[in-house]
Design a protein around this ligand. Sequence first.
Ligand code: HEC
Ligand code: HEC
Length: 315
Amino acid sequence: MKMTLILLLGLLAPAMAAPPSYPDWAYAVPTPQNEAIAPKDDGTKFTLPGAAGPFTRGQTAGAGHTPPADWYPGDHPSMPKIIAAGDAARGITACTGCHYPNGKGRPQNANIAGLNADYLARQLREFKSGARRSAEPRKKNAQQMVDFAKAMTEAEIAEAAAYYASLPPTVPIKVVQTATVPQMRSQEGMWLPHESGAHEPIDMRIIETPADVDREQLRDPHAGFIAYVPRGTLAKGKRMATKLGCAGCHGEGLKGADAPGIAGRSPSYLARQLYDFQQGARHGEMAAAMQPIVARLSAADIVNLTAYAASLPVK
Ligand code: HEC
Ligand code: HEC
């Protein structure tokens, strides 16, 4: 026991001295140049297999505060109004515009399907109170999330939390260990392969990208993501998760217990949260439980742990 503790401290000591910082890969802040070349609504209508529609890009995105298209209405229970349509008068965008009707979301927001309702409601209240924000001030969608929560009533918070908590797991993330990755650019908060087709070393990063860019840009809730992670990451992450006792709070297989499930969720999202705890941008009621943990984590630890969590089955 003593031996383990000494080893553990020895392993973690250098990380504690690291200056506070956070990496681009986890935040994917879009640039105006890349947004300028993002596909625009030109009136073309698109279809997806076995789905409702056809819909234009504007319809899928919920442009002009219209309810975003629901490709697969049979997928989910009926949605409360705040989720399906938001409330333009109070500046609340439909939740489905970013988290989708099935809760899958994208790496730049969050997969919230099937998380504990109390946890979800607490997050909304903490966005509202200022106890939770993004460490990255240029991450506009996180600021929007804060603004939506501020405008929501307590009843809407409860019904939104209950709705997303009731949903089953969505599409698994394909985690690929590799030495090189396609060169990427950030657009709409996602990493998309650069037209050049060039590759570069992955270094100590996770690069998450749509498995099918066209389908993801149409907000297909059945489309998946690939997470490229450095070689050897999964075994290291597993060892570290065991050593630090993540399952003690996050449950068996990290599927959720008192603390939210982190198995099978976007590693970019998870890493961003660990950095946000580290930077003190997330300092709500229960965030204290994570403080002693994140204080010890190096950038490499965060890659290993979040890649490992993403690779686990959700349920
Ligand atoms: C413009 C896009 C957008 C919309 C619309 C949106 N969200 Fe979010 N949401 C985000 C982002 C971005 C985050 C994660 C911020 C971060 O990186 O920390 C988030 C995070 C969350 C979380 C925290 C998840 C977790 O695991 O802790 C909850 C809960 C949530 N959103 C609920 C909602 C609800 C309910 C609505 C509708 C009222 C909504 N969101 C609408 C972008 C959005
Ligand atoms: C002592 C209990 C405890 C331990 C041990 C613990 N966590 Fe947590 N963790 C929590 C709690 C509680 C929350 C929710 C905090 C909140 O409500 O803001 C959380 C939140 C998180 C989140 C954010 C989830 C989200 O949806 O935004 C991540 C990521 C995370 N933990 C990863 C880990 C990892 C990886 C480990 C192991 C290295 C770990 N945790 C160990 C209690 C714990």
